[in-house]
Ligand binder design. Structure first.
Ligand code: NAD
Length: 377
């Protein structure tokens, strides 16, 4: 089976789908791996390292696509890439299935298979393939680093002969994978951290990281069987904004991570709430790509509101491409290995398997996922 890795096409992307160590694992499984020249450079992997791991390296992008059985990618391949990819081949990528699925139309026409990394179930067995978690974890770390670098204060308490500096206050909204890592990172840097999540069960996790769980009574919130939050009603959101206003005003850093799977992110921090913060404070909206938790955040921009810096960097895992690519590549190899047929040295697609049933959203000219099919019209 011929697996290819290309240079990512999204302008701000720094990650690569497979690093040399992952290539070696696939080659040991008897896969043939080809890498586009320079694909790994921003993630610290050279062509020579790919070759040493057993891959062939080529600059002929069209040739690689035409001869591929499987394209491993970080971001969704463009329509042009799908049109150049061999008919019947497989794509494994973050395809953002609910954003603009019409981009995947060429894959239907060309009877390609699309495996969406976003659809890996949140089950124990699939944990090692869960790219949403691996990338969110690193993004949570990066959010704190980005905020700290822009903040006009320091995070830890310092007692010096010149006086005592009190620790910065960090308020984290949403304590899923990214939020918990942000809490842990801010705590390690010495900040006083408070956090809120609509899923009350995370209180214990927040406290075990040395942060305070802030309680707001929003009535029944609950979660889905997959562990995701449910969408709040308009009334609950209004109440949440009202209750959180004071919390935000007292914070030096606010990091928002709140997401509702498959839906637009809830708007939780209004511009008025930002105005109430001290000048020099920082707000990082980690949900900016899915609609934003912060009213005034702008994708890949920084906005100044009366001295408060609102950072809207999309996909913060791109700020740490070396570990992000290492984790992502490992997720991909684990997924491929799980469905690998040793005798034939190729991947199989058993639809009776829970993971495959969830991830395989397009196959043999058909859209298999109901939500994606409805969105495509
Ligand atoms: P996510 O990215 O969908 O959302 C981030 C967080 O925002 C969640 O904790 C959610 O509860 C919270 N949120 C949503 N609306 C909010 C609001 N109005 N106010 C405040 N917070 C709000 O979630 P995620 O980080 O991908 O994962 C969520 C949970 O899924 C995890 O904490 C975990 O319990 C579970 N999970 C399980 C596995 C596994 O079993 N393999 C893997 C990953 C995650």
């Amino acid at each position: 089976m011929k697996i290819i890795v290309l240079k990512e096409t999204e302008p701000l992307e720094t990650r690569v789908a497979l690093i040399p160590a992952a290539v070696k694992k696939l080659v040991d499984m008897k896969a043939e791996v080809s890498v586009e020249s320079g694909a790994g450079l921003e993630a610290g992997a050279t062509d020579a390292e790919y070759e040493a791991a057993g891959a062939s390296v080529s600059s002929d992008r069209a040739g690689l696509l035409a001869g591929a059985d499987l394209l491993a990618s970080v971001g969704c391949p463009t329509e042009e890439t799908l049109r150049a990819l061999r008919e019947g081949a497989t794509v494994i990528a973050h395809v953002r299935p609910f954003d603009a699925p019409s981009r995947l139309a060429p894959a239907i026409a060309r009877r390609q298979k699309v495996l969406a990394m976003e659809m890996v179930p949140r089950s124990t067995i699939a944990q090692k393939m869960d790219a949403l978690s691996s990338q969110a974890n690193l993004a949570g770390y990066a959010a704190v680093v980005v905020a700290t670098e822009r903040l006009t204060r320091i995070l830890p308490m310092m007692t010096t002969p010149a006086g005592t500096i009190s620790p910065a206050k960090v308020f984290i909204i949403g304590a899923g994978v990214a939020g918990l890592q942000a809490i842990a990172t801010a705590r390690r840097l010495g900040a006083r951290v408070e956090a809120f999540d609509v899923r009350a069960e995370v209180e214990e996790q927040i406290r075990s990281l040395g942060a305070k769980f802030v309680k707001f009574d929003l009535g029944e919130t609950g979660g889905t069987a997959q562990g995701y939050a449910k969408q709040l009603t308009e009334e609950q959101l209004r109440k949440q904004r009202e209750l959180m206003g004071k919390q935000c005003a007292g914070a030096d850093v606010v990091i928002t991570t709140a997401q509702v799977f498959g839906r637009k992110a809830p708007q939780l921090v209004t511009t008025e709430m930002v105005r109430q913060m001290r000048p020099g404070s920082v707000v990082v909206d980690m949900a900016v790509e899915s609609g934003g938790n912060v009213e005034c955040s702008k994708l890949n921009e920084e906005v100044l509101i009366e001295g408060v810096r609102v950072v809207g960097i999309g996909n913060l895992a791109r700020h740490v491409p070396v570990p992000a690519s290492q984790m992502y590549a490992s997720n991909i190899v684990n997924l491929i290995a799980h469905f690998w047929n040793k005798e034939a040295a190729e991947i199989r697609y058993p639809l009776e398997d829970e993971i495959m049933k969830s991830c395989l959203i397009i196959s043999n000219g058909e859209v298999l996922n109901d939500t994606v099919r409805n969105l495509m019209g």
